[in-house]
Unconditional design. Structure first.
Length: 191
């Protein structure tokens, strides 16, 4: 596969001129089409599918019941500090479904992922399985996050909640870092 490497052009009269050179991508990386799914893979995928169904379902169910304005932004304490029209609630399930779909498609091509070490015939199957499972876990975490934010927006708009709560940001960011760190550690061990 050829990649284009864009560089500043030689034409000094035009500061925006670009030229390119062709670079050969490392095509020696093995492609494995029959990568098995473990029980953990299936569990993560089923939970992510249920999460995206819940995300879309609660948005569709509550949308007609919402007032004309809903919270659109929450401060670090999890309190609402920005409000918009209720149509803005639909942004969350749309982004959630797009992320879910993109990560689902990407998980079918682990040979194109970036790896911090060489992928060889002897370690490809292990590395691909670990990196794909990491993608499943991240996908689940993102779907849960989008569902929780949507639920908090709906609950706050209907008056049954007062925001997301102070612990959301304290838990969510370290959780994603921990998931990625855990799988990178496993992949390092499986070199």
């Amino acid at each position: 596969m050829q990649l284009l490497d864009w560089k500043k052009g030689n034409d000094t009269s035009d500061p925006f001129s670009l030229s390119y050179t062709s670079t050969e991508m490392n095509s020696a990386r093995p492609i494995i089409r029959d990568l098995e799914r473990s029980g953990a893979d299936v569990t993560l995928e089923v939970l992510a599918y249920l999460g995206v169904v819940l995300l879309v379902g609660i948005s569709a169910y509550y949308y007609p019941r919402l007032p004309e304005t809903v919270p659109q932004h929450f401060n670090f304490k999890g309190e609402p500090d920005g409000w918009r029209g209720k149509g803005s609630l639909l942004i969350m399930p749309i982004i959630g479904v797009v992320l879910f779909t993109t990560l689902s498609v990407l998980s079918r091509f682990p040979h194109v992922f970036n790896y911090p070490w060489p992928i060889t015939e002897s370690n490809a199957r292990r590395q691909y399985a670990i990196s794909r499972q990491m993608l499943f876990a991240v996908k689940l975490a993102l779907v849960v996050t989008f569902t929780y934010i949507t639920w908090s927006m709906i609950g706050t708009a209907l008056g049954s909640r007062n925001g997301m709560g102070p612990g959301f940001m304290i838990v969510e960011t370290p959780l994603l870092i921990a998931i990625i760190g855990f799988y990178l550690f496993r992949a390092k061990q499986a070199q």
